[in-house]
Write a protein that binds this ligand. Sequence first.
Ligand SMILES: Nc1ncnc2c1ncn2[C@@H]1O[C@H](COP(=O)(O)OP(=O)(O)O)[C@@H](O)[C@H]1O
Ligand SMILES: [Mg+2]
Length: 206
Amino acid sequence: MPVRRVSVINLKGGSGKTTTAVFIAHALQERGENVLLVDADPQGSSIRWSELADWELPTVSLPTKNLHKQLPGITPREITCVVIDTPPLELQAGIVYSSVRASTQVIVPMAPTPGEADVLPDVRAVLEEMEPLRQDPLPHAVSLNRTVYRAISTRSTRAAAEANGWQVFDTEIPRKELYSQAFGSPITNLGAYKALATEITATEVR
Ligand SMILES: Nc1ncnc2c1ncn2[C@@H]1O[C@H](COP(=O)(O)OP(=O)(O)O)[C@@H](O)[C@H]1O
Ligand SMILES: [Mg+2]
């Protein structure tokens, strides 16, 4: 069975990459996957979170432009699913390219704001540069987070992203204390990430 490898990427810091990576890693584990969380950000937020929370989910630091070459060698045989938390593309393009290259699918977390929607073309450029290196297109989708209940911004951002050819996950992650206060604590409540993990596993691994 090929290993599902999910990179969480975006242009800037603060878009929800670490929160998404950590929660989906735990949600995939709860679905019965043997998950490895890879922290490719030299800032090491996922690693720090894992230490503070003392969680058992295996978490390793691999902030290198050679991640795509090194990942197979460091992935234990029993692992079925790897989740990669990445640094901001604008700061560490080489690491993000390498993470995407190592992946079977890509998730782009973003809030439904004009500023975050504005950077999607920069993210698309990374995916397009990967195309010649692959046999099949690399599955990728936007995960809307920090959404506000019944706000028009969620619908309009989704519609605009879809009009530009993006797949947008049906699951929306609301703006909640559950997520904003989660750093450093064990993940005991998966919230909406449980549904997101179900959508992630619906993508074929190739
Ligand atoms: N759904 C959410 N609701 C509220 N706050 C959130 C949510 N997702 C992320 N955050 C907060 O947004 C900030 C940036 O998130 P983070 O995951 O660290 O982003 P990145 O890794 O892209 O820099 C953090 O303070 C985090 O707690
Ligand atoms: Mg981060």
